[in-house]
Design a protein around this ligand. Structure first.
Ligand SMILES: [Zn+2]
Length: 132
């Protein structure tokens, strides 16, 4: 499965993640269909932690509303790993409740950022999705 993310959406979340580091950064990726991410919707990490993140339920609600009003769907959520690789941690897998969205992880551990998307179903990482 291939997912397209626009350069604008990617640059937007990259700037947010770099700005928030070393705290983990997070948000939603929205798009016209579930294979195309065109909008990075920034969210606050209410944990303010370097090792995990939580969304603010009010912001999640606002993001869903924003998507609906703009004819977009939620492609997935994303968060940054400021100092670890771009793959789901045990906690990320445990907290991945929605099998219908993708989980994007941006690693800033190396000089060159690494951005991957995963499908997590029933506590298992099902697929590593190719981004273009
Ligand atoms: Zn994580």
């Amino acid at each position: 499965m291939e997912i397209t993310i626009t350069e604008e959406a990617y640059q937007s979340l990259l700037a947010q993640a770099r700005n928030d580091a070393p705290i983990e950064s997070c948000g939603y990726l929205l798009g016209p269909d579930n294979k195309t991410a065109t909008v990075s919707y920034p969210m606050r990490n209410i944990d303010q932690s370097e090792e995990h993140f939580s969304f603010d339920p009010k912001e999640q609600f606002a993001a869903v509303k924003y998507a609906r009003q703009n004819g977009l769907v939620i492609v997935g959520n994303w968060h940054s790993h400021p100092a670890s690789p771009s793959r789901p941690s045990a906690e990320d897998i445990r907290l991945a409740f929605d099998p219908n969205i993708l989980y994007f992880i941006l690693s800033l551990a190396d000089e060159r950022p690494v951005f991957n998307a995963f499908s997590i179903v029933g506590g298992e990482v099902k697929e590593k999705i190719q981004l273009r």
